[in-house]
Design a binder for this molecule. Structure first.
Ligand code: ATP
Ligand code: MG
Length: 394
């Protein structure tokens, strides 16, 4: 018997004007994800259909679970709309089940000779006769056998699975993700991808104060995010000279604030260069001194570019929960220092003053340093393939 995956779009169907664009983007994303598999994918306005070789079912579902824009899906038997064949298939599907069940028929083809309710009743009878471990409960059944009768084909299925939800990747423009080796920023990246935002990642490093192991961590985190897109650029920013200048010239209490203002300035330049429209990061309100609302506002004032903070209002535990689900947590907790943690002063200012920042920033020629830094960015093209390593860079 032929099986097919039926995919419900969910949230994207509410965007009426954009529906076609959304569906086409989802279609292309699924097609790309399934490349190498012998599948046939088709679509209409209400759902998408994937026909596959029986042996590939697990792989197909595994891949579908990495695609945004899917609300739910079912694995259905697809047969000709023939009464006897439907009965036989229903019997087969329900043969191993136990507990309570009901049959729900949807007759889209009104030429089909038996009305929905009557047909459900008949099929229920056939199933009960075959399997004495089952009984009917129409209100709260353990299993619902859905039967959708169309003109040519009929679909039968029992289980519904939830997809990742969100919007298909690529329905939005591009954002630049500030990706440290920590727990928060990969989660922020995942949540942005889930809204359909394409991403390029940016990592600030301060070699020799930070290690190549720290760089590898960020490469590995990017690979994890690539499971949900297909490839992602990772820009590695050589931040050493700027950090050293800050720590030499500035008030220690203000070092972190000023360092982050420098990061935002560089992010804006990289965004412009790479056609990114927004900056995305893993800041979470109140988590550390540089993430109080005062700090955020003083830091943010160096750019007019929107800064999106997907985890701003989540608790650390909620963030960790997502990090575990997307499999970045174990990488994030590896112990290598990154450029923020290495230079943390004893008493970072919690409520920085903008005037004080501006005064400190007159102490060195940061504009020249920033231009030089941006010119020396190293860009890698990362994919999720496990075997693609960057050993020559590590
Ligand atoms: P995370 O927040 O990801 O757990 P963290 O706690 O080390 O890492 P914070 O000091 O909380 O980072 O910084 C807040 C955000 O700033 C990070 O989530 C990340 O988006 C960005 N950021 C910090 N350090 C870096 C870095 N070295 N490279 C790129 N982005 C960074
Ligand atoms: Mg953090």
């Amino acid at each position: 018997m032929n099986r097919v995956v039926l995919i419900k779009y969910g949230e994207l169907t509410t965007k009426k004007g954009n529906r076609k664009f959304f569906i086409n983007t989802l279609y292309n994303n699924i097609k790309k994800k399934m490349s190498g598999l012998d599948v046939s994918i088709s679509r209409d306005i209400s759902r998408m259909y994937i026909e596959f070789n029986d042996n590939d079912l697990d792989t197909v579902l595994e891949k579908l679970n990495l695609v945004f824009g899917i609300h739910t899906y079912q694995v259905a038997y697809k047969i000709d709309s023939d009464i006897e064949l439907i009965k036989e298939t229903a019997r087969t599907i329900m043969h191993e089940k136990t507990g309570t069940f009901k049959v729900a028929t949807k007759r889209s083809d009104k030429k089909f000779p038996i009305e929905s309710i009557e047909f459900s009743r008949q099929i229920g009878g056939v199933v009960l006769k075959d399997n004495s471990n089952l009984s009917v409960d129409v209100h709260n059944p353990n299993t619902t056998l859905d039967i959708e009768i169309l003109e040519r084909y009929t679909y039968l299925y029992t289980d519904k699975y939830y997809g990742l939800g969100g919007y298909p990747l690529g329905v939005q423009s591009k954002g630049m993700l500030m990706l440290s080796g920590g727990i928060d920023s990969p989660v922020a990246g995942f949540l942005a991808l889930k809204r359909g935002v394409k991403l390029e990642a940016v990592y600030f490093e301060a070699i020799p104060h930070t290690s190549l192991e720290a760089r590898k961590k960020v490469i590995d985190l990017t690979k994890k995010l690539c499971k949900y897109s297909d490839s992602m650029k990772l820009h590695i920013v050589p931040f050493t000279k700027i950090q050293e200048a800050i720590y030499k010239e500035c008030n220690p209490e203000y070092c972190i604030t000023i360092m982050r203002r420098m990061m935002y300035r560089i992010m804006e330049k990289l965004a412009k260069r790479n056609k990114g429209l927004v900056i995305i990061n893993g800041e979470s309100i109140g988590q550390v001194a540089s993430q109080t609302l005062t700090s955020m506002s003083v830091i943010n004032s160096v750019t007019n570019m929107p800064v999106i903070r997907p985890v701003a209002c989540l608790d650390k535990l909620e963030i960790i929960d997502i990090a575990k689900k997307i499999d970045t947590y174990d990488i994030s907790i590896l112990p290598f220092e990154d450029c923020c943690t290495i230079f943390v002063p004893k008493h970072p200012v919690i409520n920085p003053n903008l005037g004080e920042c501006l005064l400190n920033e007159t102490m060195f020629d940061y504009e020249t340093l920033i231009d030089e830094t941006v010119d020396n960015v190293l860009t890698l093209n990362i994919t999720s393939e496990e075997d693609k390593e960057f050993e020559n860079l590590l």
